[in-house]
Ligand binder design. Sequence first.
Ligand SMILES: Cc1cc2nc3c(=O)[nH]c(=O)nc-3n(C[C@H](O)[C@H](O)[C@H](O)COP(=O)(O)OP(=O)(O)OC[C@H]3O[C@@H](n4cnc5c(N)ncnc54)[C@H](O)[C@@H]3O)c2cc1C
Length: 317
Amino acid sequence: MTDLDVLVFGGGVAGLWALDALRRSGWNAALVEAGALGSGQTVASQGIIHGGGKYMLLEQADGAAVEAIRGMPARWLDALAGRGAGPDLSAARILSPGCLLWVPRGSTLANLKERGLMAIVVGTGMLAAKPVEVSDDQWPAAIRASALKVWSMPEPVLDPGSVVEALAAAHRGRVFAVAERPRFEGEAVRFGSLVFRPRAVVFAAGEGNGELSRAVGCGEELMQRRPLAMTLLRGPALSPLYGHCVVGGKTRITVTSAQVGSETVWSIGGEVAEKCAAAPEDGAVRTEAAAELRRWIPGLDLSACRIATFRAVRAEA
Ligand SMILES: Cc1cc2nc3c(=O)[nH]c(=O)nc-3n(C[C@H](O)[C@H](O)[C@H](O)COP(=O)(O)OP(=O)(O)OC[C@H]3O[C@@H](n4cnc5c(N)ncnc54)[C@H](O)[C@@H]3O)c2cc1C
């Protein structure tokens, strides 16, 4: 039996960050992970460190969400530079220093509305760093022919796998793989022959938090689950793109990019991923996603691209 101050459940970004913070504050903490580190939402994510820009665009701007996360990019940039009070993430990979918001060409009315919304976003004092309009000669090749206006936000995009590795690196001996479901027996938490006696537990198990909460009798599950069907697009004609296509106050598609060999792979989320989650067949997801791409990036040559989809659940509790 191992005595601990804190046992953290879940080795995604939240649990690993918590473990790091606890141990650097001098607590005797350890973490248990039921699968592979990052294997929940973290590695599936698009890696954008949001600062609230896209929440300001909603027709009824979500001020509480903006307030809660406006400081995140600065906090992460400190960690990525290996300075400040947070973890040392200097080994993590920054895919892009910023993220774009672009308005596609469309109906005059829609465009006027979008530009009005953006004027409010740019003019507001709520964001820690305001979006800056990008001159058209600087627009990424992929949207040069189809965008009407483009803004840049200082919201970095990270390689989530490298964040997991950087976070875990300093805590190898304190991370335990557990195959069994936990049994909570009085003060002890048992995983087969592995037994801990923690003074406190942190549930950072993503979708697994529901089951853990029930196991300790926490009653009602306070969890928001958002199923997503993400699309991956790969092809020689693609060039790197990191940004949100904004229409009607919504991010219709959010594209982030990774380089695989000589090819660029786009990960496509945003509203399209929520819409596609309702499709029972992956074929239907691919068709719907391709239609959205043709609609918002009409110049994109999809004929030379391979398209795939994967499903994920955004679980927040
Ligand atoms: C497709 C997608 C794209 C996203 N894009 C972005 C983005 O661009 N920017 C952004 O800020 N957010 C994004 N998110 C959200 C972000 O990924 C999550 O908020 C974040 O990863 C949650 O981290 P977590 O550690 O709480 O959960 P998870 O990453 O889900 O980690 C939970 C871990 O707990 C483990 N676990 C489960 N049950 C147990 C148990 N009983 N015992 C031990 N371990 C257990 C799981 O195996 C898993 O590794 C995205 C999410 C998805 C799904």
